[in-house]
Design a protein around this ligand. Structure first.
Ligand code: GDP
Length: 601
């Protein structure tokens, strides 16, 4: 039924390398894929692209046609390139395989005008972590002022057609990109300057809109795969298939189906498969293997056509019973040469490897796929944020129930990555005061959470500060004794700190503090006050002393600071109190430490 079985099956035992496209939103990922597909359709004379489920195969001879003189098909024995259709690091991290990324190679798209953006960095982090080789597409060169477009040509032809000024403008942008890559520990250069692609990233200036530079991009991808990945591409094309679930979807007439990218071996309609699900494995028999209908037949009623057999690398839809709780990102294995038990063990081991290690206390994390769960868990663990539960799926009421058992407010939290919050979970979270954060960018989700924690900490500090005695020193003014005792009423000037009502008052006789009474009231111009700040003059009533005995005009008095409070102030809140209070604190500590060097430590 299919004239291009060659790209699907690979040839001579070499499979097609799988290519993923990553980058910041709006930097041109979709346009780039469209352009490559479009060029393949219009320029492919000797062959054609093949549409897979979730991927597009571009055979070697089509690449050679697009690349013009840059690619000689005789130099290559890899069958072509398989582009994953869904761009972005989200699908990239979903597409994991045994021990790493499913994509063999990646294109990191960066808008030359916009440079590095948060998702560029996030994509780069994932590429580094999974050790995926990549090419940097410096996109949108046609927007450089004065650009003279050379439609669909190689980059050299475009560069030759530019004025010196325009070349300079492009170079500036490219150099700042190289600088940003270097800031992120990646050394890079124009791809034609790179000798060792294993240690340097090649940059390809291009335009996804005008197609210039696309021949170069395909050439570099092909060359890199041929040079560095040939061994990995050597597979037993007739062996039992291995793949990764890209998506679990409902399909009319077929029920729940799996969109799978097969990266090894073959899958046939009479195979038994084992698929990863939440906390278990599913064993089932293939009912049908489906691929998209060729473009020319797209008008027919049916979207898919059946096929008997698919070989790696390929995207295929698998219809089979019992797939309801299969999860995106999970492994799929064909049971053929090994026993069912052995294959099941294998799948379980792989699921366990992905499984996030949880802590006794921590937050709840939900994500849409195993790969994204792994990615977000990694980020959280790097940031020392503990996780109590990590699962694939929408936020459900039982997740809220787990969050309510948290030991601390900062753990009464659910992070949902690319998932929905079910209605009953939403109600319950509201009711139980559980915070739910949702986002589809990992770093934003983590940032929102960190801001929330900072907010909690500030609030907690404020309450600590409210309940703590504060240092204050004040002086009894001359000729301002209004009453000798019971209580003593005198005029004072606050020297530093804040005077609070109901504070114990001490004087330092030599070095020892002596408590003389309690400051009962503060008055200014006939009004009762709770506090008086440094610099203010007020009259105060002090219960306990008699003026002329324990205290006298001109004396410096202090509010008493309990040792524990002094310690908290000095060690934790120094930055949060005003400068004059800090000064009062230092003087108070000095006085106490003259007698006991360890006071308040
Ligand atoms: P994505 O979010 O990364 O998939 O970005 P898109 O492919 O949707 O592109 C975002 C916008 O940039 C769209 O309006 C595109 O037409 C535009 N765009 C993408 N590539 C180029 C390019 O090379 N040149 C110009 N001028 N515009 C581009």
């Amino acid at each position: 039924t299919d004239t291009n079985t060659d790209t699907r099956s690979g040839s001579g035992g070499l499979r097609t390398p799988i290519v993923a496209v990553l980058g910041h939103v709006d930097h041109g990922k979709t346009s780039l894929l469209d352009k490559i597909r479009g060029s393949a359709v219009t320029q492919g004379e000797s062959g054609a692209i093949t549409q897979h489920i979730g991927a597009t195969a571009v055979p070697l001879d089509v690449i050679s046609d697009i690349a013009g003189g840059l690619v000689d098909p005789d130099d290559f024995d890899l069958p072509g390139l398989l582009f994953i259709d869904t761009p972005g690091h989200h699908s990239f991290s979903t597409l994991r395989s045994r021990g790493g990324a499913l994509a063999d190679i990646a294109i990191l798209v960066v808008d030359v005008n916009d440079g590095f953006q948060p998702q560029t960095i996030e994509a780069l982090d994932i590429l580094k972590r999974t050790q995926t080789p990549f090419v940097v597409a410096a996109n949108k060169i046609d927007t450089v002022p004065g650009w003279n477009t050379q439609e669909d040509g190689p980059i050299q032809a475009s560069l030759d057609a530019q004025s010196d000024r325009t070349r300079e403008r492009l170079d500036e942008r490219i150099y700042s990109l190289i600088g940003e890559l270097s800031d992120n520990d990646i050394s890079s250069d124009m791809y034609w300057q790179v000798r060792d692609f294993q240690h340097n990233a090649g940059l390809v200036p291009l335009s996804a809109l005008t197609g210039e530079g696309i021949p170069d991009l395909l050439t570099v991808l092909m060359g890199l795969s041929q040079r560095y990945m040939k061994e990995e591409m050597e597979i037993d094309t007739t062996g039992p298939g291995s793949g990764t679930v890209l998506e679990v979807t409902e399909e009319r007439g077929f029920g729940t189906t799996l969109d799978v990218v097969l990266y090894d071996g073959t899958i046939r309609t009479d195979d038994t498969i084992v698929v990863g699900a939440t906390n278990r494995t599913i064993e089932t028999d293939v009912r049908a293997l489906l691929q998209p209908r060729a473009l020319s037949e797209i008008r027919t009623e049916k979207q898919f056509e059946r096929t008997d057999e698919v070989s790696a690398a390929a995207g295929v839809k698998i219809a089979a019973p019992d797939l309801d709780d299969a999860i995106a990102g999970a492994p799929v294995r064909v049971v053929r040469d090994q026993t069912l038990d052995a294959v099941t063990d294998d799948v379980e081991a792989e699921l366990a490897e992905i499984a996030v290690e949880t802590d006794e206390n921590g937050i709840v994390v939900k994500a849409d796929t195993l790969g994204s769960l792994e990615a977000i868990a990694n980020t959280l663990q790097e940031t020392d944020i503990p996780i109590v539960r990590a699962e694939v799926g929408d936020v459900a009421a039982r997740d809220v129930a787990v969050a309510t058992t948290a030991d601390e407010q900062r753990n009464r939290v659910i992070l949902g990555f690319n998932v929905d919050v079910l209605a009953d979970a939403d109600d319950r979270a509201d009711h139980e005061d559980i915070r739910v954060f949702q986002d589809d960018v990992i770093y934003q989700l983590v940032e929102e959470y960190e801001e929330y924690v900072a907010e909690i900490e500030r609030a907690q500090q404020d309450t600590v500060l409210e309940n703590i005695m504060r240092p204050c020193t004040f002086r009894i003014l001359d000729d301002h004794v209004f009453r000798q005792s019971n209580p003593a009423v005198v005029g004072v000037e606050v020297l530093s700190g804040t005077l609070h009502r109901n504070s114990p008052v001490v004087v330092f006789d030599g070095n020892d503090p002596e408590r003389v009474g309690i400051l009962k009231g503060i008055q200014s111009q006939g009004e009762d006050l709770d506090t008086a700040r440094a610099g203010e003059s007020v009259s105060v009533s002090i219960d306990g002393p008699t003026v002329g005995r324990q205290i006298k005009e001109g004396d410096e008095l202090w509010t008493e600071l309990p040792e524990k409070h002094a310690k908290i102030l000095e060690q934790e809140l120094r930055a949060d109190i005003p400068a004059d209070e800090r000064e009062a604190l230092s003087r108070y500590l000095d006085k106490r430490r003259n007698v006991d060097p360890f006071w308040g430590k």
